[in-house]
Ligand binder design. Structure first.
Ligand code: PMP
Length: 439
């Protein structure tokens, strides 16, 4: 009997044995095509020798040094590399162990910034419905996924939630993309005014929504307007790129494609590419300088900040994404994936939308394509699809999303950037077969 506490107590997963490129193998020898990189993690596949070599040589040198006392060469190198490729104004990197920790750090830094700059009345965060920012209480409290929040609501610090920028469901007939982007962004201004600008710390959003709605990018112009609104009211713009960052959408940071720079940005998943647990919170020079000129101490911290082996792995990953051209490959092969999905599912009666950027693609499933009516949640289409695809040797990431009571089934595809055209064909074939079995 296993003593591991599993995610689902009634279905123990098979034992993973080894990984090779885009494939995972279980103990029985069964082969799975990793069509979602786990959860948009394994951007370089499962056996990247450069990352493994970087970890090995760091292990031989130094495994751990507590950041209260010492910094380390891989942490410094990783921070330099990230800043050299970061959005304008982003100057400092705070290395943590995963996405939720990165978001917690961002929320606390934002609050401390307000205190250090004499704006202590600012205590509230605004985020979006149908969002996920992590499972720790602070990150969960800002997230807008009702199912995940509900049991913990009484013990959380809560954010208020505006509608996301979700073109497929929320753009009105006759409304241009630009008009919709401005209307969607105006919800932020309304919420800031409702809360009182002097009470709001920041606005938190994913540039391309991942774990709650299957790769939903904002329409052009939305984030530009969001940036203007934040500036106008002195509200910090915090972008959560834990899932969509690190080349996943075809550029190192997803927000590059929206033409804006945040005050704070969080990354994880693809940063360690699955080789090590690591995340980061990056902030502007302005925020850092305010802390440096004030208390001089960010009142936060974890034991494993800047872990040297994790940093060495991430440094090798970011080098491959940038100098090694892997982020560009995500853009290029992402188009191949998109076209293959369009060709296979573009006319499917139960496929409402195929979307995303780069190697971050989503499919929204519907009971009726014309009316966009979602499936009855009792059919559990997403859960069935996950199970059937897995049996067919495909790991994909189906999910349920709910906004204002509308249910939805989505599939997230986020394969490693090294995937070949043939393997994309295999992925689409397996997905098509699985969908046929479920519907
Ligand atoms: N933010 C986003 C956008 C995420 O997708 C996730 C994980 N799915 C998190 C935060 C939390 O990251 P972690 O699971 O590493 O704590």
């Amino acid at each position: 009997m296993s003593h591991i506490f599993p995610r689902h107590t009634q279905s123990l997963p098979p034992l993973a044995d080894h990984g090779e490129g885009v494939y995972l193998f279980d103990k029985s020898g069964k082969k799975y095509l990793d069509g979602s990189g786990g959860a948009a993690v394994s951007c370089l596949g499962h056996s990247d020798s450069d990352v493994l070599d970087a970890m090995r040589s760091q292990m031989d040198r130094l495994a751990f040094a507590h950041t209260s006392f010492l910094t380390s060469q891989p942490a410094e190198s990783l921070a330099d590399r990230l800043i050299a490729n970061a959005p304008d104004g982003i100057e400092k990197v705070y290395l943590v162990s995963g996405g939720s920790e990165a978001v917690e750090s961002a929320l606390k830094l934002a609050r401390q910034y307000m205190l250090e700059t004499g704006q202590g009345s600012r205590t509230k965060f605004i985020a979006r419905k149908q969002s996920y920012h992590g499972n720790t209480l602070g990150a969960l409290g800002t997230g807008g996924n009702m199912w995940r929040r509900e049991p913990f609501d009484p013990v959380m610090v809560s954010a208020s939630h505006i509608d996301p920028c979700y073109e497929y469901r929320l753009r009105e007939d006759g409304e241009s993309e630009e008009e919709y982007g401005l209307r969607a962004a105006s919800a932020l201004e309304e919420e800031i005014l409702r809360q009182g600008p002097e009470n709001v710390i920041g606005f938190l959003a994913e540039p391309v929504v991942g774990a709650t709605a299957g790769a939903v990018p904002a329409v052009a112009g939305y984030f530009k307007r969001i940036r203007e609104i934040c500036d106008q009211y002195g509200v910090l713009l915090i972008l959560d790129e834990v899932m969509c960052g690190m080349g996943r959408t075809g550029t190192l940071f997803a927000c590059e494609q929206d033409g804006i720079a945040p005050d704070i940005v969080t990354i994880a998943k693809g940063l360690g590419a699955g080789y090590q647990p690591i995340g980061a919170m990056l902030c502007s020079g302005q925020i850092y300088d305010a802390i440096a000129a004030g208390s001089g101490f960010f009142q936060h911290g974890h034991t494993y900040l800047g872990h040297p082996i994790a940093a060495a792995a991430a440094d090798a990953v970011v080098k491959k994404l940038t100098e090694g051209g892997m982020a560009a490959r995500s853009a290029q092969m992402g188009n191949v994936l998109f076209e293959a999905l369009q060709a296979e599912f573009g006319q499917h009666p139960n496929v409402g939308d195929i979307r995303g950027r780069g190697m971050f693609r989503g499919i929204e499933l519907v009971a009726d394509r014309d009316s966009k009516t979602p499936f009855d949640p009792d059919r559990k289409v997403a859960a069935q699809l996950k199970k059937t695809a897995f049996e067919n040797g495909l790991i994909c990431y189906p999910m349920n999303g709910t906004i204002d009571g509308r249910h939805g089934d989505h599939i997230l595809l986020a394969p490693p950037f090294i995937i070949s055209e043939d393997q994309i064909g295999e992925l689409v074939d397996k997905l098509s077969r699985s969908l046929g079995q479920v519907l």
